[in-house]
Ligand binder design. Structure first.
Ligand code: ADP
Ligand code: MG
Length: 677
């Protein structure tokens, strides 16, 4: 590709750096300029092409300045409207000119109308396009024509670039179209190809592209999985000297699902290569105990375990819980956080370094340079999506000594839809807790418009009189943390005034960790009845007696955030309520989100719908940075192809290892660095 730098820069913006990128720059949609409709017959609400003569053109100024032309063919009249236009267009689109329009016909106030169609002057009888017109992702200063031409040139001169990288047996098994044919067809679809199949990406050519893309993703993920697995890890044998007394002291039995995943983890730990497992489960499904069991297995084998959480509140809570569980077993649990005094940190670090502490709980502070473990056998990472690959790597390296790397257990608070964990998490083994502990009654969700505050106040009064506790979650103000803080403080003051007899507490992100911990502790002990909070309580907080939650401006929050928040109530046996206050008018997306959260309590179902609504970004969290996103395949609709690609990848890694790298390079190029961990 010999492009001058301005052009190069524009192409770069589209992610195009070489001829291969150009060739794989596939259309986002197609326009059908192979057919003409008469104005009368043009189907409404679809993009169609019509042709006629301008019989009248004028610039109107009311309700706003616009260019309006009347176009006539043998069947009727249509109004063409341009709300933005150049002076030159007034001249071009003068009465008497013949034009061809491509756009959506709508029934307007004055009959059929097209707003901002693609429009050009033609002479009578001018021939129609003989193929569908591809429309490419474009950028400012680069027209469709230019992009099409560059792609055409690249295709002409680089046919060999499309040589097959998928073995014949796989092509036959999954009845795949040839790659070269597919690419050619998508750039220049022959007239007989169904526009519908092209647009919905169900055409065999699209199927092939999507398969190849998914295959590349699977190959690269599984390759890295295998590479990591080639390291040695300490063999942590299954023993029950600690686990049994631990379980015996609990006031409840593990659920069948907890037992199942605990066994999967236990088996991994006992094997000589590092576990790389993602533990998924809905809010409140009891992941912490499963992690605790894993930690006990490491400790009983003479190794240390580390338990890392993304926020101080959460880490602190884990610390307290794990201490209460482990101390009776004679296990020393250390606490390390960024906010500790230097001296304290030093003392804790020494306990960790000497092995005096068998379990270390903390925040990011755990993988700072000055922390060394005597012998780390297992790293547990809660809320994995908050941590980037770098941080996971750092913690992993902590334990790496004498050629052994520690086992890793990652946990996810947000359930991840199945197709997503099969694709973007394919470099991990996945365990799912698909059952909640018995006796939980999911919170009843109520949607209440913000102007009915009085009703809500009455409910809070009532709940507290019955000895229950209440969360009040303040609006999320993304633009300004200061404003968010101010709102929280004001809300707390207001509510204190409204409820002079209640003890109202406040917790927010700017509190010092000790203050935060103190507020949470007194809420947990029932001293505070009404806790005003920002979304810092979103993850992990566990206060079973809290059974009413009010969320202000719920329309501003994302689905997983709402689900997480709501998961803070309904943890005890009392029936609980979550009130979502919302401000009207609601945007369409906000309306959809509220509907989903109102109708569903199952986190996996909510996650699935969220994925549909917004794509994979939220679920991937920090993982997303540097991770190549799927461009063509759609996880919601291409589940069947994903399953095929998964199986094909295993077959290819086992039987055609020499073809793997070429396929990955074609589709992912150098974008596989992120998986080095
Ligand atoms: P999450 O999966 O959201 O991290 P937690 O581990 O915090 O959930 O567990 C939520 C609550 O459920 C805790 O209070 C925990 O003690 C309790 N719990 C966990 N497992 C069970 C069980 N099998 N039966 C009853 N309660 C359980
Ligand atoms: Mg948790």
């Amino acid at each position: 590709m010999t492009a001058h730098s301005a052009l190069k820069e524009k192409l770069f913006r589209l992610g195009i750096r070489n001829d291969l990128d150009l060739i794989l720059h596939l259309p986002i949609r197609y326009e059908d300029e192979t057919r003409l409709f008469t104005i009368a017959d043009a189907p409404r609400g679809q993009t169609v092409q019509v042709e006629g003569v301008i019989v009248h053109a004028e610039v109107v100024v009311r309700p706003r300045r616009q260019l309006v032309c009347q176009i006539e063919d043998s069947s009727g009249v249509l109004v063409m409207r341009f709300l933005n236009f150049y002076g030159s267009q007034i001249k071009t689109y003068a009465a008497g000119k013949r034009v061809r329009l491509l756009g959506e016909v709508r029934s307007g106030f004055f009959g059929a109308e097209m707003v901002h169609p693609k429009c050009r002057i033609v002479h009578a009888g001018e021939s129609l396009a003989d193929t569908m017109t591809p429309v490419y992702p474009a950028t400012a200063g680069l027209t469709q024509k230019m992009i099409g031409k560059l792609i055409g040139q690249a295709l002409q001169s680089n046919q060999q670039m499309l040589a097959e990288t998928v073995p014949d047996s796989i092509i036959r098994k999954y009845r795949l179209a040839g790659l070269r044919d597919s690419v050619m067809c998508l750039h220049n679809p022959p007239p007989e190809v169904s526009l519908e199949a092209l647009q919905t990406r169900t055409h065999p050519a699209w199927r092939r592209i999507k398969f190849d893309e998914l295959l590349a993703q699977q190959l690269s993920m599984r390759l890295h999985y295998r590479q990591r697995r080639s390291h040695a890890a300490p063999v942590l044998a299954q023993k029950s000297g600690l686990q049994q007394p631990f379980l015996a002291r609990l006031s409840f039995q593990l659920t069948a699902a907890q037992r199942k995943v605990a066994a999967e983890i236990s088996r991994d730990l006992a094997s000589p290569y590092p576990m790389q497992r993602l533990l998924q489960g809905d809010v409140g499904s009891g992941k912490t105990i499963v992690a605790a069991l894993a930690a006990l297995q490491a400790i009983e084998n003479g190794f240390q375990a580390a338990f890392m959480a993304p926020t101080e509140i959460l880490a602190e809570q884990h610390f307290q819980k794990l201490t209460s569980w482990f101390e009776p077993l004679g296990i020393k649990v250390a606490w390390l956080s960024g906010s500790q005094k230097k001296k304290q940190k030093q003392a804790v670090s020494e306990e960790i370094a000497s092995g005096a502490a068998q379990l270390a709980v903390g925040t990011h502070a755990l993988f700072q340079d000055h922390v060394t473990f005597q012998q780390l056998g297992l790293a547990i990472i809660d809320e994995q999506h908050r941590f980037g690959v770098q941080q996971r790597l750092a913690l992993r390296m902590k334990g790496a000594q004498s050629d052994q790397v520690p086992h890793q257990l990652m946990m996810s608070a947000t359930p991840i839809p199945r197709t997503l964990s099969m694709s973007y998490f394919a470099d991990l083994d996945v365990s799912v807790i698909d059952e909640l502990p018995p006796g939980r009654s999911p919170a009843v969700t109520k949607l209440i418009a913000g102007n009915r505050r009085d009703e809500i106040i009455a409910r809070i009064q009532q709940a507290c009189e019955q000895g229950k506790q209440v969360y009040w979650v303040c609006p999320l103000i993304e633009e300004s943390e200061t404003l968010q803080l101010q709102t929280a403080i004001e809300t707390c003051e207001n509510l204190s005034r409204v409820f002079p007899h209640l003890r109202v507490g406040l917790v927010h992100g700017r509190l010092a960790p000790q203050e935060k911990a103190a507020v949470m502790a007194s809420f947990k002990q029932g001293e505070i009845q009404l806790l005003v909070a920002t979304t810092v309580i979103e993850v992990g907080v566990d206060v079973p007696n809290a059974s009413l939650m009010v969320i202000e401006n719920a329309e501003r929050m994302g689905l997983s955030q709402l689900h997480q928040l709501r998961g803070r109530v309904g943890r005890g046996t009392a029936a609980s309520i979550c009130i979502l206050m919302f401000q009207q008018p609601l945007s369409e997306i906000a309306r959809q989100r509220l509907k989903i959260i109102f109708e569903h309590t199952d986190g996996f179902e909510i996650a699935r719908q969220d994925l549909q609504l917004r794509g994979p970004g939220e679920f991937l969290g920090a993982r997303q940075s540097g991770m190549p996103m799927l461009r063509f395949a759609d996880l919601d609709r291409d589940g069947e192809l994903l399953t095929a690609a998964q199986a094909a990848a295993e077959a290819m890694l086992n039987n055609y290892p020499e073809m793997v790298q070429r396929h990955i390079e074609r589709w992912l190029g150098d974008k596989t660095e992120y998986l080095r961990v």
